[in-house]
Each structure stands twice: as structure tokens, then as C-alpha cells.
Design a protein around this ligand. Structure first.
Ligand code: ADP
Length: 314
């Protein structure tokens, strides 16, 4: 399957969301893979789709790409029907599987693809951007997994897409390659490209995503910014011995702060996080001869949100 669509000159940004999905249902026989999903992806933002395996992320992405028909529901991408000519010329797609010609060198492959586009970016410059030497004589099948991912991203960027769809873009990358790739994706967003991303790398989401949509069982179970979902604007959490005297701890904090033991030995302090409150929590623990471990801003990590979504998945 090709990793990009036929090209055309990008047009100025859309008014309103770049992607609108309304009540999307996709069935595979008796399996309901996507079950009435409604979401948007805003223009010039990175929207991350998260969720456990089998949640319906790939199916949703395939419908948005125009590769798979919806059973029912409505999808508008850049104001048009997915898979239509108007859209195909304005999007770039990097799927997990495929998208490379095994016996071609990276520059040969991108130069070949560039001929399919009336207007495109410079293949050598794109390879350099993603950290691949344009003069390399290594064929794409002999590149490392991380290098292959970067060539696929360069191919997706060839048409200067207004909307970029990335399915697990950093899978298999070493930390430096991942950082470089994330920087390249972030730079695209900053120059106005709208991006829909699926990933299991939650650190990528924390680094890059303007908006996070968590899916489980084909439905949305959480939708917001990383701060909103983790509660980073209005809570802190820490671990310590189970059964702390919470009345005593609350008395050491300003009156508006509330403390809960959410699981044995796991505590959430509700209220705006500040350095003073964080210090007051550790000072109170220290006074009692206790360690405050895993002191963090927010009450839930993204990892906990996704794990919980998987446990609750039908
Ligand atoms: P995710 O990408 O979140 O892991 P998928 O969209 O791949 O989820 O899958 C959602 C559900 O649909 C799963 O239960 C999966 O087994 C099922 N599924 C996916 N593709 C097919 C297919 N081609 N035929 C039948 N069932 C499928």
C-alpha cells in the first residue's frame, strides 16, 4: 500500500476543524470495531489517538484515509469526503505497514514518488530533514527499522500535505531517532499542518499532542489536552505508607486543598499545583519520618488512563 496520496498544491488552511467524524460505525461481520465515534481534529494541531490494542484506532485511521468504508456515520476531511480527489491531493499518510519499495535507495524512491505530484517538496531536502543521508547507496529494505520509518515520513511529507496521518510513527526508533522525528513532526505542526497520530508511546503524546483522544471498545472514553486528562492543572499525587492521617496532612495545607487516598498508599491532593504545596507535602511526610515517593503534578498519568481504558474495554 502506498504511503502517500496523489499530489496537488496545498490551499490555505480550513476554517474550523480539519477533520470531523460524526457517529462513525465500522463493523467487520459481527465485530463492531468502531461504535458510534464522534471526534474532531483541529487545524494546525497534533491530535493523538490512544487506546489499548483492538480499541479501533487503526480502523478509524483507515476510514479517515479513505482506505476503508464506514458502515455508517459521516467523515469530513478538509471539508470533503475521505478518499475523494479533493482530499487525496492534500494529505500525507504514513501507515505502519508498507510504503517503501524494497530495492530502491531512499532518494530513488522519493524521486519516483515526487513525479506523481504536480507540486512537491524537494526529495533530498526532505531526507536530510528526517536525518537520512540523501546520497546513501543502501536500499530501503537494508535500512534499520528506524531509518525506514524516517524515509516513510519523508515520503508522507512529499506533497507538502495540509493534513498528515501518522500511524505509530516512532515505533522501533532509538531515543535519538525518536527525538529527531518528533522535532520534525512538531515543526510541521508549527508551520500549519494538521496531524492525526496514533501511538503507544505516551512520551510522544506528552511531547507533541495538543489534544488526546482515548478510545476503547470503539468508543471515546476521554478527550482533552494532556493537562486536562491527567488533572495537571488541579491536582498533585504522591505515594507513601497506606493509611496516612489525612486530616493532619490537610491541616498542613491551605484550607482549599483536599486530600484523598485513592488506592492503598496512593494519594491525590486536589487544588492548584504550586512549588510551595509540593514542598509542604514532602515536609509533612518528612516530619512523620516518611518518604513521599512519585510526587507528581496531576492525579493520573496517561499510562494509567490507557490501562484503565483497556481494563474497562468491553
Ligand atoms: P487498534 O488499532 O486500536 O488496535 P483495530 O482498529 O485494529 O484496533 O481493531 C478493532 C477491532 O476490529 C478489533 O477487535 C480487531 O480484532 C477487529 N478487526 C480489525 N481488523 C479486522 C478485520 N479486517 N476483520 C475482522 N476484524 C477486524
Amino acid at each position: 500500500m502506498s504511503s502517500i496520496e496523489l499530489g496537488g498544491a496545498p490551499t490555505p488552511g480550513e476554517v474550523g476543524p480539519a477533520l470531523i467524524v460524526e457517529n462513525l460505525v465500522v463493523r467487520y461481520g459481527a465485530t463492531v470495531a468502531v461504535d458510534g465515534l464522534s471526534m474532531t481534529a483541529e487545524t494546525s494541531q497534533v491530535t493523538a489517538l490512544l487506546g489499548p490494542n483492538g480499541a479501533g484506532k487503526t480502523t478509524t485511521v483507515e476510514v479517515v484515509c479513505g482506505l476503508r468504508p464506514a458502515t455508517s456515520g459521516r467523515v469530513r476531511l478538509l471539508g470533503a469526503e475521505p478518499g475523494s480527489r479533493q482530499v487525496a491531493e492534500r494529505i500525507g499518510v504514513m501507515l505502519q505497514q508498507g510504503g517503501l519499495y524494497p530495492t530502491a535507495r531512499p532518494l530513488e524512491w522519493l524521486t519516483y514518488l515526487a513525479r506523481l505530484y504536480p507540486s512537491h517538496a524537494d526529495p533530498s531536502a526532505l531526507l536530510a530533514l528526517v536525518g537520512i543521508d540523501p546520497s546513501t547507496r543502501t536500499t530501503t529494505r537494508r535500512l534499520s527499522g528506524g531509518e525506514q520509518q524516517r524515509v516513510k515520513l519523508a515520503a508522507a511529507l512529499l506533497p507538502n500535505p495540509e493534513f498528515l496521518i501518522l500511524d505509530e510513527p516512532t515505533a522501533g526508533l532509538d531515543p535519538l531517532a525518536r527525538r529527531n522525528l518528533l522535532e520534525a513532526i512538531g515543526a510541521r505542526r508549527d508551520s500549519g499542518t494538521s496531524i492525526l497520530l496514533t501511538t503507544h508511546q505516551l512520551s510522544d503524546v506528552e511531547t507533541l499532542a495538543d489534544r488526546v483522544i482515548v478510545i476503547a471498545g470503539g468508543r471515546i472514553v476521554a478527550d482533552g489536552t494532556v493537562s486536562e486528562l491527567t488533572g495537571a492543572d488541579d491536582a498533585m499525587s504522591f505515594g507513601s505508607r497506606p493509611g496516612l492521617d489525612l486530616t493532619d496532612l490537610a491541616a498542613a495545607l491551605p484550607a482549599s486543598y483536599r486530600v484523598r487516598e485513592v488506592r492503598a498508599g496512593s494519594y491525590v491532593v486536589h487544588g492548584p499545583p504550586t512549588p510551595q504545596i509540593m514542598a509542604a507535602i514532602t515536609a509533612w511526610c518528612a516530619q512523620k519520618g516518611l518518604m513521599a515517593t512519585d510526587l507528581a503534578v496531576g492525579q493520573r498519568t496517561l499510562e494509567q488512563i490507557v490501562i484503565d481504558a483497556g481494563l474497562e474495554q468491553p
